[in-house]
Design a protein around this ligand. Structure first.
Ligand code: PRT
Ligand code: ZN
Length: 226
């Protein structure tokens, strides 16, 4: 067994949409690190709070395994992996601690422009391409609809044109990508933004106190932004 850590470890996206705003938010909480932008680990200087720079998809798992204590990740990723854990009989392990007000988007169902959309029943028997299979499967079950979920890791929006799927379920912000692919959003499954994620169970005393301090500063920083 590894000895208990007395430093807090936060996972953020290494590069991508959430990387810079996540770092800026933590900086506004008074955190600073020995610079190492190119590497994976940033050692905290002002407080014993270190950063791990990773793929966003790895963040929930790192919290579940206790490798990291906290993470900044899209709610869409956190819920998708949470649903996947439940389906596979695993305990929740992580949850949303705070909504952070950036990285806003929605997980939406989109169909070809030419469809005359009447409602979810129209999806019965259709193939829906997505990178969010657990979220989509859950939504379909709630709607009582039997459709085929086609898992694609990227370029989901071209699947209908390629004949791989009839509809898609993907993240949308401006809607320009959908429009460019002759698709239209018809239903929102989830409103998303970047969130601070933490373990479902409380942290041990030392790291719990550090996390409390960080949360107080974070709440202050979020209030000022509003
Ligand atoms: O490398 P890594 O795995 O870490 O990064 P990634 O490529 O998986 O993630 P990244 O950086 O693209 O997105 C990180 C998070 O940003 C997502 O999980 C969401 O929480 C959030 N986010 C906010 C978005 C968008 N807005 C968004 N528009 N993620 C993706 N998109 C896609 C969208 O699906 C579309 O294909 O961007 C495209 C443009 O969107 P439109 O609607 O403006 O055209
Ligand atoms: Zn990713």
């Amino acid at each position: 067994n590894t000895p208990a850590r007395d430093r807090l470890r936060i996972a953020i996206q290494k590069s991508g949409r959430l990387a810079d705003p996540a770092r800026a938010l933590l900086t506004s909480c008074g955190l600073s690190w020995r610079e190492s932008r190119d590497r994976l680990f940033c050692y905290g200087e002002s407080l014993p709070v270190d950063l791990l720079l990773v793929r966003d998809d790895d963040i929930p798992g790192l919290i579940a395994e206790g490798v990291c204590d906290l993470g900044i990740v899209g709610r869409n990723v956190l819920l998708e992996q949470g649903y996947d854990r439940v389906v596979n009989g695993n305990p929740p392990a992580f949850r949303e601690w705070r909504a952070l007000g950036f990285g806003g988007c929605r997980l939406a169902l989109a169909v070809p422009d030419g469809w005359d959309w009447q409602g979810p029943e129209q999806l019965a028997g259709k193939r829906i391409a997505t990178s969010y299979p657990a979220s989509l499967t859950r939504w379909l079950a709630e709607q009582g609809i039997d459709a085929k979920v086609v898992l694609l890791s990227g370029s989901v929006e071209i699947a209908p044109r390629l004949g791989q799927a009839d509809a898609i379920c993907d993240l949308v912000s401006s809607g320009a990508t959908l429009a460019a692919n002759q698709l239209k959003p018809v239903t929102t499954l989830l409103e998303s933004e970047a969130v601070l994620a933490g373990p479902a169970e409380p942290l041990d005393a030392t790291r719990g106190e550090l996390a409390d301090l960080l949360l107080r500063r974070l709440d202050g920083a979020l209030r000022i932004r509003h």
